[in-house]
Ligand binder design. Structure first.
Ligand code: ATP
Ligand code: MG
Length: 405
């Protein structure tokens, strides 16, 4: 079918009152960015709907982009035709024929905003319905919950037909809630946390702590590839590598092992917060899940969180591992996350981390360290990169190795 436009229905943002305009223009901006390769597509937004005029662009390809743009509830390919009763009926039959499967039912739902048009909406329902009924042998009419609903709308300038509604991802347009720094390890939880934060409108930048030579280049590439998996929702994501070796070595040398984890996490959080400030973000996002490991008991969270008052968003905090894995599978990060490249935490994991660390002890042990100097040196070594959907780090590095031998 030669669709001429895609009609986009907004999700929750239609209920946002005064902020609605901001939400709609953010969504239009995100759609435009996602469709940058289709220069011919023109976007018109109004209060209730967004219309993407295709001007010859392939509707299937355009629609495949829309299914990953947050803020879109659903969308329908539409064909714009002349306001002629024969043309309307013929096109409706052709359109339904293309998607109809044996046994499916239909109904026609018409609207006429052009009151001069020869048919009113009842006539249209009847006439277009009859054309489809006679044009497709075996098709039945069903008024309540039909399989196919044919929407016919006659406006002043033309008639519009559509019979397909596809689900968008819902949520809020990325960027409409500001920006947050995602603490991204190479694990299962943090990419899911990043995805869920974006779904609620947060733009994200990834912060990754890297401890060479204890952690391999592969672990870093894995974290970058996980970031690649999150780009379809935004186009590109900034990835910030923080050198973490000195901090981990110092902690290991001066702090009793039961407190390594708590103090390491406090350093991660301090650094992420500083990076957040530098990059004008408002929040920190991580993949902590209550009770999952020693660092994620309520007592640990209190001791770790003490270093900042910045809001920390923990999208998976109340989820069971199974629930997190289910999302990781849908966003295709699971297989990658379970690849066995150790990250910095696994290597410096103490035999018995405290699950109820005491803040006085934490402060006492930290006073043995040159906290400021360690932070300053780590901040001096930040590397900021932009990750795009076409990037592929693990495969590229394996290929490079193969080429060497
Ligand atoms: P994940 O599956 O996300 O690695 P996890 O269950 O393994 O989480 P932890 O290793 O305790 O849990 O990490 C808790 C959170 O701390 C992670 O979800 C992530 O947000 C952050 N984090 C841990 N390690 C790193 C790292 N190397 N770089 C950046 N953030 C990290
Ligand atoms: Mg981890």
């Amino acid at each position: 079918m030669n669709y001429t436009e895609i009609m986009v229905r907004y999700g929750e943002l239609s209920t946002k009152g005064r902020n609605r305009r901001i939400f709609i223009s953010q969504l239009a901006h995100n759609v435009k960015k996602s469709l940058h390769e289709f220069e011919e597509v023109k976007i018109h937004s109004d209060r209730d709907r967004m219309h993407l005029e295709l001007n010859g662009a392939d509707s299937e390809k355009v629609m495949s982009h829309l299914s990953s743009i947050f803020g879109i509830q659903s969308f329908s390919p539409v064909i714009k035709i002349e306001k002629d009763t024969d043309v309307i009926c013929e096109t409706a039959v052709e359109m339904v024929k293309e998607i109809w499967e044996k046994g499916q039912t239909f109904k026609v739902q018409s609207r006429r905003s052009d009151k001069q048009f020869v048919w009113d909406s009842n006539d249209m329902n009847r006439e277009v319905g009859a054309a489809i009924y006679h044009g497709i042998p075996g098709i039945e009419v069903k008024m309540i919950k039909p399989d196919i609903r044919v929407d016919v709308e006659v406006r002043r300038e033309a008639a519009y037909l559509s019979c397909l509604t596809l689900q968008g991802p819902g949520g809020l347009p990325v960027g409409s809630s500001g920006k947050g720094m995602l603490m991204l390890s190479g694990g299962i939880d943090s990419p899911v946390a990043g995805y869920l934060a974006m779904k609620r409108g947060l733009e994200i930048e990834a912060v990754h702590f890297f401890s060479p030579p204890y952690t391999s280049e592969k672990a870093l590439h894995k974290a970058k590839d996980l970031t690649v998996k999150l780009t379809p929702y935004v186009g590109s994501i900034k990835f910030i590598t923080v050198p973490f070796t000195e901090i981990q070595e110092e902690i290991k040398a001066s702090v009793p092992s039961g407190y390594w984890m708590t103090i390491t996490r406090r350093f991660m959080l301090r650094l992420t917060d500083l990076i957040r400030e530098k990059r004008y973000a408002l929040a920190i996002i991580n993949g902590e899940s209550l009770g999952q490991v020693a660092s994620q008991t309520m007592h640990s969270m209190v001791a770790i969180n003490e270093v900042t008052t910045t809001p920390i968003i923990r999208p998976v905090v109340t989820m069971d591992k199974n629930e997190i894995i289910e999302i990781a599978e849908t966003i295709d990060t699971f297989e990658l996350a379970i690849q066995p490249f150790e990250d910095c935490c696994t290597i410096f994991a103490p035999p018995e981390p405290k699950t109820r660390p005491k803040l006085e002890k934490v402060l006492q042990y930290e006073s043995r360290l040159d906290v400021e100097g360690m932070i300053e040196r780590a901040m001096a070594g930040l590397v900021v990169e932009e990750i795009k959907s076409s990037d592929d780090f693990l495969n590229a590095s394996t290929k490079e190795m193969d080429d060497l031998f």
